[in-house]
Design a protein around this ligand. Sequence first.
Ligand code: PPS
Ligand code: ADP
Length: 195
Amino acid sequence: MSENITIHHYDLTREKRNNRNQHKSFVLWFTGLSGSGKSTIANKVEAALFEKNKQVYSLDGDNIRSGINKGLGFTKADRYENLRRIAEVAKLFVDAGNITVAAFVSPTYKDRDLVKNIIGEKDFIEVFVDTSLEECERRDVKGLYKKARAGEIKNFTGIEAPYDAPKNPDIHIKTEEKTVDQAVEEILNHINTLI
Ligand SMILES: Nc1ncnc2c1ncn2[C@@H]1O[C@H](COP(=O)(O)OS(=O)(=O)O)[C@@H](OP(=O)(O)O)[C@H]1O
Ligand SMILES: Nc1ncnc2c1ncn2[C@@H]1O[C@H](COP(=O)(O)OP(=O)(O)O)[C@@H](O)[C@H]1O
């Protein structure tokens, strides 16, 4: 099948889009436990970039899991497939000239290696939203930890399923030591030369 597919090259390239936008396109990939603060920080980063007239788009977990990835659950294999598709979508958004914000638990080294390889290392900025399990559980924003502890949710990250903390993230946000606004500022400073 794939040997019969021919790739077409379009005249309107990513470089032309980046030139018109006057900034680079890349992925800010947020990883962390449920309730760590990924969505809260990602949302504010997106808003701040939009205010600066940047071309920016967020891939939202709920939309993805109820749309393109409907039917996938939380086994290792389903998470891997979930993240593989998200990475492919993110790559398209980067090609379209967007600063692409993606906030997904993406729990294992294997998951994040896959994502980085699909997107390409030079376009991938890993943001580790580092919040202890104890604090996430204390926040329990959606009441999911309580359910997981009661055995009502299987394979919950941090409880029954692993989370491999990134060893060398591009940006490391410790939310128990920083406010949301400080985290946003740190991320904007990091990408300053790209935007
Ligand atoms: N078993 C289990 N483990 C972890 N999380 C669970 C689970 N079941 C449902 N949820 C909810 O789904 C959100 C995580 O989805 P992701 O697509 O980011 O997960 S993954 O990257 O494929 O691991 C996650 O959202 P966030 O809280 O925003 O991280 C949870 O609300
Ligand atoms: N410094 C902080 N950074 C991010 N979130 C924080 C911080 N302090 C408290 N919070 C709270 O923690 C919760 C994080 O929830 P959320 O952003 O939905 O996490 P996630 O997307 O990782 O599941 C929010 O209620 C947020 O207000």
